[in-house]
Structures are given as C-alpha cells and as structure tokens.
Write a new protein. Structure first.
Length: 312
C-alpha cells in the first residue's frame, strides 16, 4: 500500500475539518456562521477521528477504496446540486447559489472517467449509507429548503478547507498524475482565493433572513449531515478491511494474503507498531533480485547434479 505521508499534511490532521481559519471581529454570536461553527464542533471532532479519515491522512488509502469514495461523492453532489438548482430562486437559499464556483458534479464525472473508463456509469452504484444521505438531501430540498444551507455548508466549506489537505495526500499516496487526473473534485478553478471566498460565503449565510428557531434547525441539520458523512466513512472503512493489500513501490505484496493480515508482524510494523519485518515479505523481496536468482539457479543445478550422481 502507498507509503505513509509525513510532513505538513500530517501536521494538519487535527484541523482537517476546521472551516474557520481566522477570527472575524465583525461577526455576532447570533450570526448563522458562528452558530454553525460552535454548534458543530463535536461533530467536527468525531468526523476527523473516524478510522477512514485518520488512515486517509496517513496515506493508508487503497486505490480501490479511493475510487469507491469518489463514487459516494458523485451521488451525494448530484443530489445536492440538483436540489440547489431547484431552489436557486428561493430567497431562503438563493444568496448561497454559486454554481460556477462550487458545483462538483462535473469534476467528479471527470474523476470517474479516469478511474473507471468511458462506461463508468455502468460500473458504479450508490451504496446503502450514501443512499440514506442522498434521500435526506432530496427531502430537504423539496420540503424544507431553508435547511439546504446546512448541507451546502458542511460539504463545500469542508472541500475548500480540509479537502485541500486530502487532495495532496491522495495525489502522493496513490501516485496520481501531476496533471491532476483523478483529483478534479478538489480543484476549484473558478475560486482564486479560497479564504476570501469562504468569508464571502459566511457573510451571505449571515445575511439570510432566518429567525432564531430556523437557525437552530439549520445547526441541527448540519450535525445530521456530519452523521451521514460519518456513516459513509464507516461503510468505506469496513469495505477497506475486506480489500487485499496492494503492492508497494517495488511491486511486492506486503503479505501473502493468507490468514489475518493484522497478525502479520510486518503489517503491525507498517501501522506504526514495533515489530520485526515480515519474513515472507523479506524473502519475496530478496528472491526478486537478479543476483539472488542466479545464485538460486546455480544451487538448484548443483543439487540436481548431486542427486543424479547419487542415484547412478
């Protein structure tokens, strides 16, 4: 599997899902942006501490799992942007309608074509956890559009913040092309300054004509959105545990694939625990070396000659 990512990306792990990088003295504690910031802190902490996210940040993301995560994002954003289009003239959401700057569906289509080919639609399906998320987004968009801001805030502000960390991790860990195929989802070509845009977005949120009760419902819905995301993360984590280990840089497997991988000393060491290297892995690496193969071949020939002489 890809090597662990060290350095600045890892240092930002604790702040992965933090959307508010700077303090703004102009905001009020009753502003929606502040209510969302304070009201979702616990959900932020829980989401960034899911096993899937922690492994992702350390570069322990299998390509097949990354592809499935991209599929989940495609269905999620397809639903979200369909409902945003539906409510683009609704005063409870219209000020937050930024299709050119924010919409992700087309970028995700490019990523899916890269990973699955031109017939990608025939190769993907919506998972159970993602479907629950999608159903809730459609319900909100059609019946409670004032809550749509909660889902837009949770997704897009995260994409412009911690999502940029994940982009670097994925590109390095999965050895994706420097031309950015496979990570178009994280590329916001029409936003020149992410920080300034987030400030504009928060100002637009604060200007929405919402009463106290509605603001509380928006915060509650944002926490619900975080729970849906965590359910998708947990689902991906379970799938990831069932996937075989992928090759290392040199093309060698980290284990023979038999038995419980977690009991392999090398696998434990790979996860950051103390322990000797895996004998099987070491032997396989050694056996692939040309000089070793030559020596082995000579030994086999000598053994065969000795056996023939003995039998004569």
């Amino acid at each position: 599997m890809p090597s662990t990512v060290e350095g600045s990306e890892g240092a930002e792990e604790g702040e992965l899902l933090r959307y508010e990088e700077t303090e703004d003295d102009s905001v009020s504690p009753t502003d929606l942006s502040e209510l969302l910031k304070e009201g979702t802190k616990e959900s932020h902490d829980r989401a960034e501490n899911t096993q899937f996210v922690k492994d992702f940040l350390k570069g322990r993301i299998k390509k097949e799992l990354f592809k499935l995560a991209t599929v989940a994002l495609y269905f999620t954003y397809s639903a979200l942007e369909e409902e945003m289009d539906r409510n683009k003239d609704n005063q409870v959401f219209a000020p937050l309608y930024f299709p050119l700057e924010l919409h992700r569906r087309e970028a995700l289509v490019k990523d899916l074509k890269y990973f699955y080919g031109e017939d990608w639609k025939e190769k993907i399906q919506c998972s159970e956890a993602t479907q629950h998320y999608v159903d809730r987004i459609h319900h909100v968009g059609q019946h409670e559009p004032e809550l749509l801001v909660a889902h837009a805030y949770t997704r897009y502000m995260g994409d412009l913040s911690g999502g940029q960390v994940l982009k670097k991790v994925a590109q390095r860990a999965l050895k994706l092309p420097s031309t950015e195929e496979g990570i178009q989802f994280y590329m916001f070509d029409n936003i020149s300054n992410a920080q300034q845009f987030k400030q504009l977005y928060r100002a637009r949120m604060n200007a929405l004509d919402l009463d106290k009760n509605t603001k509380e419902r928006v915060v509650e819905e944002a926490n619900r959105a975080f729970r849906f995301n965590m359910q998708v993360f947990d689902e991906l984590d379970k799938i990831g545990r069932s996937l075989p280990e992928e090759a290392q840089d040199g093309g060698f497997p980290v284990h023979d694939g038999k038995g419980d991988l977690r009991k392999c000393p090398y696998y434990a060491d790979k996860l950051g625990k103390a322990g000797p290297g895996c004998p099987y892995h070491a032997a396989m690496v050694l056996a692939k070396q040309p000089l070793v193969q030559l020596v082995l071949a000579a030994c086999v020939a000598l053994a065969a000659g000795a056996a023939a002489w003995y039998l004569m």
